[in-house]
Design a protein around this ligand. Structure first.
Ligand code: GDP
Ligand code: MG
Length: 201
């Protein structure tokens, strides 16, 4: 079994974050927690590639549709449709426009609990309710109320894999094997070395 420090996750800095010059700020947050950047590139994806990304998980359409219907009802609102697949079809159309509006930065970050740690730093999907201190909570103010009213995607700056399985599929979708680099960071020693040998002169 591979060591937990080898866990990897995919992060996409979405067009709104790039346009707002938040790339350095966002990368800095992943760096300072101790994650290791093992791949990075700028991409201008087309709509088919974005659709393929969101539908890598065959359950995504149903699960996201059901989740959205539930969230409307919890707020006492009527969902635009009772059919989860119809809801997702319209979410997907809006996502395709959003994600192809400008280049995105796509990265792979590695470290212990990389998937959960990155999700924690990124914050909840809707910026209105994302925790203060998270990227979505600190740098953007969008809500479903506003984005749905304007028939567009919620602008939430970042995509991050939701699980280890999702990360594996997404990394394979965006990167060729040779684009990921195995290397040591000096800080790996203090983060993961068992005995902390060699620190004293
Ligand atoms: P994430 O992993 O936090 O980005 O969120 P999900 O994977 O659950 O959803 C992916 C995308 O679908 C989000 O970034 C939104 O654009 C859209 N989405 C998810 N849930 C909702 C919802 O309840 N309402 C609307 N309008 N869009 C949603
Ligand atoms: Mg997701």
């Amino acid at each position: 079994m591979q060591h937990p420090k080898k866990e990897q996750t995919l992060v996409i800095i979405k067009p709104d974050a790039l346009q707002r010059s938040l790339v350095g700020e966002i990368i800095g947050r992943f760096e300072r927690i101790g994650l290791k950047l093992v791949a990075m590139k700028m991409v201008l994806p087309d709509e088919a590639f974005v659709e393929a990304h969101y539908t890598l998980d065959s359950e995504w359409r149903r699960v996201t549709g059901e989740k959205t219907i539930r969230s409307y009802k919890e707020k006492g609102k009527t969902p635009p449709s009772e059919d989860p697949l119809e809801i997702t079809a319209s979410i997907l159309e809006r996502l395709k426009k959003y994600m192809t509006a400008s280049p995105v930065i796509v990265m792979v970050w590695q470290g212990a609990h990389a998937v959960k740690i990155v999700r924690k730093l990124v914050g909840g999907t809707e910026p209105l309710t994302s925790d203060v201190g998270t990227i979505r909570g600190d740098f953007v103010l969008d809500s479903y109320e506003v984005s749905d009213g304007d028939t567009r995607s919620i602008r939430n700056l970042i995509h991050a894999s939701g699980s280890v399985g999702e990360a594996e599929k997404e990394i394979e979708h965006w990167f060729k094997k040779g684009e990921l680099v195995n290397y040591h960071l000096v800080q790996d020693h203090i983060l993961y070395d068992v005995n902390l040998d060699g620190l004293l002169e």
